[in-house]
Design a binder for this molecule. Sequence first.
Ligand code: IPM
Ligand code: MG
Length: 453
Amino acid sequence: IRNTPPYLWPARSAKPFDQKKKPAPRHQRENQLKEKTSPALWPARSAKPFDRKRKPAPRYQRAIPLKENSNPRTRPPKSKDPVINRCPIEERIPIIMEKNIAVIWGDCSSPEIVKQTLRVLDKVAEKYGHTFHYTDAAMGGEAIDKYGDPLPRHELDKCLAADSVLLGAVGGPKWEGLPGEQRPEKGLLRLRAGMGLYSNNRPAKIWPQLAPASPLKPEIVAKGIDFIIVRELIGGVYFGKHETYTLENGEKQAVDSMPYSEHEIERIGRIGFETAMKRRRKLCCVDKANVLDTSRLWRAVMHRLQAEYPEVEYSEMFVDNCAMQVVKDPSQFDVIVTENMFGDIISDEASMITGSIGMIPSSSLGDGTRGLYEPIHGSAPDIAGKDIVNPTACILSAAMMLRYSFGMAEEADAIENAVNKVLDKGLRTADNMSEGCTCLGCTAMGDAILAEI
Ligand code: IPM
Ligand code: MG
């Protein structure tokens, strides 16, 4: 099995999710009343996943080779990297799949976007004949309220048992006073580490329709914005020692350390090069090598890798300069590879120049195909409960899940094309609204995207 590309690996056993009949997932439950009263408006997001009478999907996916010599079971993997190892169009094989998705609803306005995303996933399942089972997992503020811990072991286990994890966003003022170890964000870090997700892929690509929403001058935008930030996700200062102590003179001092070992740099550096190979073959390593030892070690490892990828135009840039170049001339970038905290900062900046952080999805992967998919924005507490948050980044994160974890390229395209059509129609949310467009709320934007699938 492991000799085949990840997107052809058989579905995991549905056992942990299927043993007993479970209540309908949260997003469907909440709509039950509506479904009764106005069925026309609520096309049966079928009870498929839980309909025991339906013939269970085969344990091994049915793969029908389209042409001879394209046996998916004997074809060797092209790359170890699931992010870039997607199924090329000409080799696509129609497969009906059954997938288990752990869903972390998140805090504040997050459940609103997750709800719309699951509606979209249900529509995709219906259209392409797949079955998605959803298992709610609590992490962040919700888990603190329920269990007094931002990520209890049993909730992490649910994520590890799933084929992939969908997340909204966590955190909010309610939990701000808590000590570092008990904050919602710590749950997210433990989830990333617990799932071994060292590679975070954050695309910064402008949708042409959103050019007027970009804060950059039109002539800069016109040169094009299309790059990817490959962010190391489970190392560096986020996972170093954090300490606050009192000095002899009574003053407090705090230390955060930033460790990186060679293998951590090498595995993410390789993803950077491989990603560049699939794109315009330009890779920029962003660091602070004029000050930090970790950055100098990064460069040494990157130089070793560079020898393996002579086709890639490799460069290096200090992070402060990069922050400036991203607004001065973003068209110069194709792939940026960088350590955890620099990636966090540069990716927020990069999202803003594309019009809105509310449009940017992300994938986090490790060595296998199980990933964590989340919008890069936060939980937007200020607009929670108002039905105005933009669900698009979360919906596009689900598209990334289909593409990278499940090998469903066509299905992912269907979602991305739907978003494109919605933008073509001038439909926007408050965050990326421009003159002459129509501003929709969260549910209405979900409806609009659904209608295009
Ligand atoms: C992100 C977020 C997180 C991070 C926070 C919530 C811990 O800012 O995903 O970019 O810094 O990684
Ligand atoms: Mg961030």
